[in-house]
Design a protein around this ligand. Structure first.
Ligand code: AMP
Length: 287
């Protein structure tokens, strides 16, 4: 068992603790989350503990990244359970602030996100990445970490944050950690809790579509259009018809054409019942 982390709800207290660590030469790593933690989040915390002396997890459901029709109100909030789950990990600080500390009355300053935020999620969820870029920068101001760990599960978010910190000269290293999946392949997500039993089976269409594209790519298929047809075919076989996008794009620009040096990534977003799910996979050369 690890020592229990310090749990703070005041951001000024959190900054003070982190500054002290940094002054004593300790490396600090930040794992931002919206809570409703699962094994995917915990894997980020473990990877953080392996590379930094001090791991900070933030738990904050960020209102500015939700659209007006989205699930901000019903997003699962379960701090006690989250803290129990974190007890199995080696971390030093949990910061779970109230919204009024992050968005003071009259708050009106936002980060204009980088170009990579425009397509896909950015087009489907106007304002989403503006909210993400803003909260990530704010959290890095509060917790001036040496490294920031994000999940590859939200691949475009990772690319947005990577470009945002580079463009704004934020001295932090951004790392992407592999997507954690259930044994049947479904990518873990806090939103999976919304799925009924039959919806969960249909949701497997996302991972199966991505695996099909991976297989075809490794067998030599390079035409994004044909790979996209396969994505849509497999989604359809699972009765996933409300597809926001199912594309194969450059891993860096998230656009076509694909530049060989960066490899490519298949991105999928679709609605299963009322639940919107996203997933992605890097497409790599076969052996
Ligand atoms: P969220 O709480 O959904 O904002 O996610 C917090 C962090 O956990 C983000 O960097 C996500 O990309 C990451 N994450 C979410 N699901 C997974 C997963 N299944 N595997 C790995 N990382 C994940």
């Amino acid at each position: 068992m690890h020592e229990k982390p310090l749990v703070l709800d005041r951001i000024d207290a959190a900054t003070q603790v982190v500054r002290q660590w940094k002054q004593s030469g300790r490396r600090v790593s930040l794992v931002p989350t919206m809570g409703a933690l699962h094994e995917g989040h915990l894997s980020l915390v473990r990877q953080s503990a392996a590379q930094a002396e001090c791991t900070v997890v933030t738990i904050f459901v960020n209102p500015t990244q939700f659209g007006p029709q989205e699930d901000y109100q019903k997003y699962p909030r379960q701090l006690e359970r989250d803290l129990e789950l974190l007890a199995s990990c080696d971390l030093q600080l949990v910061v779970a602030p109230s919204a009024d500390q992050l968005y003071r009355p009259g708050h009106s300053t936002f980060v204009e996100p980088p170009a990579v935020a425009r397509p896909w999620e950015g087009a489907c969820r106007p304002g989403h990445f503006r909210g993400v870029a803003t909260i990530v920068l704010k959290l890095l101001q509060i917790v001036p970490a040496d490294s920031l760990l994000l999940g590859q599960k939200d691949y475009q978010q990772y690319r947005v944050v990577q470009d945002m910190v580079a463009d704004l000269n934020v001295p932090v290293e951004v790392r992407a950690c592999p997507t954690v999946r259930d044994p049947d392949g479904l990518a873990l997500s806090s939103r999976n809790a919304y799925l009924s039993g039959t919806e969960r089976l249909r949701a497997l269409g996302l991972v199966r579509a991505l695996r099909t594209a991976c297989r075809e790519y490794s067998q030599g298929q390079r035409a994004p259009q044909l790979l996209e047809e396969s994505l849509r075919r497999v989604l359809g076989e699972h009765e996933v018809h409300q597809i926001d996008y199912a594309v194969v794009v450059d891993g860096h620009t998230l656009e076509v054409p694909i530049r060989a040096s960066d490899g490519c990534v298949a991105l999928v977003a679709a609605r299963v019942g009322q639940t919107r799910l996203i997933d992605n996979m890097r497409l790599v050369e076969g052996t």
